[in-house]
Design a protein around this ligand. Structure first.
Ligand SMILES: *Cc1c(COP(=O)(O)O)cnc(C)c1O
Length: 401
């Protein structure tokens, strides 16, 4: 499929203070190329990168250069996207709680579209656009009330979730939007959750959208364009075997199950599936501690660099890349079972329990794989820890920092 993955420049790593993020920019470029190739036959398909997955400036620049749009959920993200070179007319702005300042920023920058999630938000956008002498282009975010089969905390498309407008209330909202003098109603937006691997969920979304469109058309209401959000999952168990999501299969679902009206544009907002596999958190083994019942590998990376395991119980594959290098020099692989944990004073600062990996020693470097999405972007300074640095496989990236 592509070059062998799982190779890390361990000599270069020896010079760098751990923990840090390592990004394989070749894999990122290849992923972006694949996405573009899969939609090349559909000029009405547009992909926006969900900036919240990873807003490292170098990553953003690579994605902007590839010609994707941006999907932002805060004013800060709109600024980061503009700074990285995303054209303003490719930026969509979602979020249940946009502040007045954030809306004004979007208006001033003349972004492509606001994805609006409630009536009071629509009213404020109309008011602020009026005061600025502008017309705001908006889509209404619809809560399709369907269940994505993923972690409850990253499921967003149920009526009980805070996101979007219930489809029952939608016709009325469209009429209100049409009546506002500084609003241009441009379409409907959906986003059902994240890390979705069951393609049936996307088929269910398509069927739901087709049903909603028929209903609105029967009422004589305009629809505008469609935005189906993001959520495509990746393989956290096998980052080497499946370094890319099956984009062909994903886009094909929308090509075959969604009944686009003539001239209707279809927008996507992919985050995780574009960047997750290109990133690893590199951390050093501080101590190997023999407990009463199990052995612990204590590393210098923690939940402050990579919070997903502590927050969602997510799994990241861990490779001892120093042991891999020793193996290459003829030292045989010895398997051992460990809990791999960080130094932060929280019992949830655990990456994995009872994990079989190479026997590890103080000073070994570990790679926590598939950490390119919701890794660096969720880093915190808890325990007065420093924010992690980022290193890139291609020396050019990162040089601008
Ligand atoms: C987070 C988010 C996305 C991206 O989700 P992924 O699972 O990373 O693809 C897209 N759209 C909206 C509105 C989001 O909040």
């Amino acid at each position: 499929m592509m070059k062998t993955k799982g190779f890390f420049p361990i000599d270069r790593f020896a010079q760098i203070r751990t923990p840090f993020y390592y990004y394989d920019t070749e894999l990122l470029e290849e992923t972006l190329k694949t996405v573009k190739a899969e939609i090349a036959d559909h000029p009405d398909f547009h992909v926006h990168y969900a900036v919240k997955a990873n807003f490292n400036p170098e990553i953003l620049k690579i994605i902007a250069r590839a010609g994707l749009g941006a999907d932002c959920v805060s004013g800060g993200e709109v600024e980061a996207a503009l700074q990285a070179g995303f054209p303003a007319n490719s930026i969509v702005f979602a979020g249940v709680g946009k502040s007045d300042e954030e809306i004004q920023l979007g208006l001033d920058a003349d972004i492509f579209r606001f994805n609006v999630e409630s009536l009071p938000e629509l009213e404020v956008i109309n008011e602020l656009a009026g005061a600025s002498g502008k017309i705001a282009r908006i889509s209404l975010r619809v809560n399709p009330d369907i269940e994505a089969h993923t972690h409850a905390n990253i499921m967003t498309g149920l009526a009980e979730n805070k996101f979007g407008i219930n489809h029952e209330q939608l016709p009325d909202m469209i009429r209100k939007a049409l009546s506002m003098s500084h609003i241009r109603f441009n379409g409907l937006h959906f986003h059902i959750g994240s890390q979705i691997l069951d393609m049936e969920d996307f088929i269910a979304l398509c069927n739901r959208i087709d049903w909603i469109l028929d209903k609105l058309e029967a009422m004589g209401l305009p629809i505008g364009d469609l935005n189906v959000g993001g959520g495509l999952g990746i393989d956290y168990e096998h980052p080497n075997r499946f370094p890319m999501a099956d984009f062909g299969k994903y886009f094909n679902i929308f090509k075959t199950h969604l009944c686009l009206r003539p001239g209707q544009q279809l927008h996507f907002e992919l985050g995780r599936s574009l960047v997750a596999q290109c990133g690893s958190l590199i951390a050093k083994v501080l101590y190997v501690k023999q407990g009463m019942y199990k052995d612990f590998v204590i590393i210098d990376g923690s939940m402050t660099e990579l919070v997903r395991p502590a927050m969602y119980g997510s799994f990241h594959k861990i490779e001892n890349i120093s042991a891999q290098a020793r193996e290459a020099h003829g030292i045989p692989y010895v398997e051992h079972e460990y809990d791999v944990v960080g130094p932060v004073c929280e019992s949830s600062d655990v990456f994995v329990k009872g994990f079989k990996m190479q026997e590890s020693h103080r000073g070994d470097l570990l790679a926590l794989r598939s950490a390119g999405a919701y890794g660096e972007s969720m880093a915190s300074g808890y325990n007065c820890r420093h924010l992690p640095r980022a290193i890139f496989s291609c020396d050019n990236a990162g040089s601008g920092k």
